[in-house]
Design a protein around this ligand. Structure first.
Ligand code: PDD
Length: 289
């Protein structure tokens, strides 16, 4: 059965949703996106996602005709229409500068933004979490506005493919020897009992899961130090993990083939995963998975 998507004001079967070849998302990757988790038909941390989206729209001077409240309502409606009102799902949103003859500068005023949303079921990566995942390092070849969640994702695509080619779950970007983030995740390390992660800046995406995990760490008394760990710190890592909407807290078992700590999911990592899971499921009144 074809899923139902939302495109520019209409709910349509996915197979009937069509875009112009003059779409600026296609020509330039000129747009932003969000991926939001849904549990039992409720959106997780929707307010934070909407604030990040609003900031991205402002930075890129995109002015869609739908409001943030309407986007939330469309997201919930898509979950309903696709029968994802129980269990795990995700909602994908993309807003681009619309369709217009190809010019690098903005199209004429009044060109409507393209607004697309879809919803899908999501399978938890439970097996991977039990063992932890292998990751590899990759040079951070991206631009210097990684804080904007743009659909221009070529750096992430190349990095993730490198991981796939090497049988790894994720690539960690490295910039001037510092580990910045993953291709679609943020990354944390534990050194001397302290939680380390790249500080929020123009060089990483301010992940919603990253934010929640930092809050949870403070709540459960894990010392937090928002400074990066570097390549030369890898042998000193007691634990390391990834965070993201489709990853939750994912233990890292090895980096470039070398075990992190004892190569098993660490105590701090799993305490943070449990705290996140409690938020995810308790927030929506669902049972623990
Ligand atoms: N990616 N860093 C990057 C570069 C990302 O693309 C993502 C999310 C994250 C984690 O952010 P959050 O916790 O808000 O999901 C960090 C999404 C899930 C994706 O591209 O599919």
């Amino acid at each position: 059965m074809s899923s139902v998507v939302y495109l520019n004001g209409e709910y349509l079967p996915r197979s009937e949703a069509k875009l112009s070849v003059d779409e600026r998302g296609f020509f330039f990757g000129d747009g932003v996106y969000e991926v939001t988790r849904a549990v039992d038909g409720h959106l997780f941390e929707s307010g934070r996602h909407m604030r990040r989206l609003a900031r991205g729209l402002k930075e890129l001077r995109l002015t869609p005709s739908v409001s943030l409240e309407e986007i939330e309502a469309i997201s919930l409606e898509l979950l309903r229409r696709n029968d994802i009102t129980s269990g795990e799902g995700t909602v994908y949103l993309q807003i681009t500068r619309g369709a217009a003859p190809r010019t690098h500068h903005f199209p004429p005023a009044g060109t409507p933004c393209t607004v697309f949303l879809s919803a899908g079921r999501f399978t938890l990566p439970t097996d991977k979490r039990a063992t932890g995942v292998a990751v590899v390092t990759y040079p951070d070849i991206r631009w210097s506005r990684c804080d904007i969640k743009t659909v221009n994702l070529l750096g992430a695509v190349m990095a993730k493919q490198y991981a796939t080619d090497h049988g790894a779950f994720e690539s960690l970007f490295v910039k001037e020897s510092a580990v910045t983030e993953g291709s679609h995740t943020n990354v944390f390390g534990v050194i001397d009992g302290e939680l380390r992660t790249y500080p929020s800046s123009n060089l990483i995406l301010p992940g919603i899961t990253r934010d929640v995990v930092l809050e949870l760490a403070r709540e459960i008394g894990v010392p937090v130090n928002e400074t990066p760990f570097h390549i030369h710190h890898i042998p000193d890592l007691q634990e390391s993990f990834l965070t993201g909407t489709t990853t939750d807290v994912m233990p890292i078992a090895s980096i470039d083939g070398k075990a992190v700590g004892d190569g098993k999911p660490g105590k701090v990592t799993m305490a943070l995963y449990d705290a996140l899971a409690a938020r995810l499921y308790v927030a929506v009144g669902a049972g623990r998975r």
